[in-house]
Design a protein around this ligand. Structure first.
Ligand code: ZN
Ligand code: ZN
Length: 468
């Protein structure tokens, strides 16, 4: 989803671009009965749930670059081999690793109360005994940006920037800017630390972590997200007009370069010249929970769909390559390593599942020119799954971003994000959040896509890249 968020950051001064460009209804195309049969059989899929259940039970959290992520790779290789895929392997690379420490905060005065928060990835550390300072309270990112440096220097900066639920998830980019770049800006302006309202849509005392980035040459300051109720509490206290003093203890560490890696599996195609259809999600997760919706579900959905094509008894024309990317959460290191190793191979389509496990409601693609009829066939075949087609999009996802940027066509299956950001990056991202029926609908959508795209007789790509 990175491209969308970067666009949001760059377009900060503008209203968020309207994503819902309405398309002319796609020209109805006949649905191949073999495709329909694969689609309908996928509505009984149990493989995806088995993968999510297995990964969350037998591995659990898998923070990028840690020994837990390495165990996840070992698990993934064994699982993908057991499922019958070909050319299963792990491709290692090295990356800088950040690990969480202690995390506590309280308002010391004028209304002493404990707060619930969690450090953001790449956060700096307070002294072990903590840091106590006055809080500069800004309800929105805009207020923070417009405030004079004198209001920020020497303070703990609080930024609210509340997030509302949206079906397409676009509010994540709009509100998330406070997390993506806020701490770096606060550090440059002399803040001692930054606490933000969690980038989430729930009202529980479960803070949402996520990565933040400090610009080159800027020393990281402690940076954390308060749970939404605790953020509201800070704002209510501030409304009383007296200065707030906070004590903050955050002791995360950068532990240097460690090994991470991507796990790859294939369903070999019959025509090597026809190119590769790349599908996947990310294997790593945040460390607060078992990463069921982010993104065990994505790796499971895409692998389960590829297995359905593999088991259908008919070899696809194009190779389907399933990639379970490493270290997406902390900065897309797996995506870049994949593009470095494989960017010269002919990819024709790339698609990523990284928005949980709820129903797919829309698909978009950059299938154009000679490949436009492929999108038409796909639109028709997806109607019984309740999926609409609109223009625009295609190639969303941090992991496929570098490959898509080379002119590869993208296909997006947009899951409803209305409840995704309730538990995203929290201690509540567990198996309980996955609805098996909705997960099956996802598998059916991806199976339909692979059945049509991997076998399409048309030439697909390269596509002209629109600047996002
Ligand atoms: Zn994700
Ligand atoms: Zn995530």
């Amino acid at each position: 989803m990175t491209n969308r968020f970067l666009a949001a950051i760059l377009a900060l001064a503008l209203p968020f671009p309207a994503l819902a460009q309405r398309a002319a209804p796609p020209v109805p195309a006949p649905v191949d009965p073999a495709v329909a049969a694969l689609r309908d059989a996928a509505l009984k899929d149990d493989v995806a749930y088995d993968i999510v259940e297995g990964l969350t039970t037998e591995v659990g959290q898998r923070l990028a670059g840690t020994e837990a992520e390495a165990r996840a790779r070992t698990w993934a290789v064994a699982k993908l081999k057991a499922l019958g895929f070909q050319n299963v392997r792990s491709e290692p690379y090295r990356m800088p690793v950040w690990v969480r420490g202690e995390e506590r905060a309280e308002i010391v005065s004028p209304f002493p109360q404990k707060l619930v928060l969690t450090a953001l990835g790449n956060s700096g550390a307070t002294p072990d005994a903590g840091l106590t300072a006055e809080v500069a309270v800004f309800k929105t990112f805009g207020e923070f940006m417009n405030a004079p440096d004198s209001a920020i220097k020497g303070r703990i900066v609080y930024v609210g920037n509340a997030m509302a639920p949206t079906q397409d998830g676009s509010s994540y980019g709009q509100s998330g800017v406070a997390r993506f770049v806020g701490p770096g800006i606060a550090a440059r302006r002399g803040a001692l630390a930054m606490v933000i309202r969690s980038i989430g849509t729930d009202t529980h005392r479960t803070p949402h972590t996520g990565v933040t980035n400090f610009p080159e040459g800027v020393k990281p300051i402690p940076a954390a997200a308060l749970s939404v109720p605790d953020a509201k509490l800070i704002e209510a206290m501030a409304a009383r007009g007296k200065p707030l003093t906070m004590k903050l203890v955050l002791t995360p560490r950068q532990i240097g370069e460690r090994e991470s890696g991507n796990v790859i599996a294939e369903v070999p195609g019959s025509d090597p010249a026809a190119g590769i259809v790349l599908v996947g999600g990310h294997l790593d997760s945040w460390d607060l929970a078992t990463g069921a919706i982010d993104d065990a579900s994505g790796v499971a959905i895409t692998a389960a769909a590829a297995k359905r094509i593999m088991d259908s008894g008919r070899r696809p024309r194009r190779t389907i390559r399933v990639v379970w990317f490493g270290s997406e959460e902390v900065g897309g290191f797996g995506a870049r390593d994949y593009a470095r190793r494989h960017g010269a191979e002919r990819h024709v389509v790339a698609a990523e599942s990284d928005l949980g496990a709820d129903r797919v409601w829309r698909f978009q693609s950059s299938l154009e020119g000679s490949a436009a009829p492929v999108a038409g066939r796909l639109a028709s075949a997806l109607v019984p799954l309740g999926i609409v087609h609109t223009d625009g999009g295609g190639g969303d996802g941090a992991d496929i971003g570098p490959i898509v940027a080379t002119g590869v066509a993208g296909i997006d299956f947009n899951q409803s994000a209305l409840r995704y950001f309730d538990t995203h990056h929290t201690a509540d991202d567990t198996l309980d959040r996955v609805d098996p029926e909705m997960l099956r609908q996802n598998v059916a959508a991806w199976t339909t896509m692979l059945a049509i795209v991997a076998d399409a007789p048309e030439e697909i790509g390269p596509v002209a890249r629109k600047s996002h």
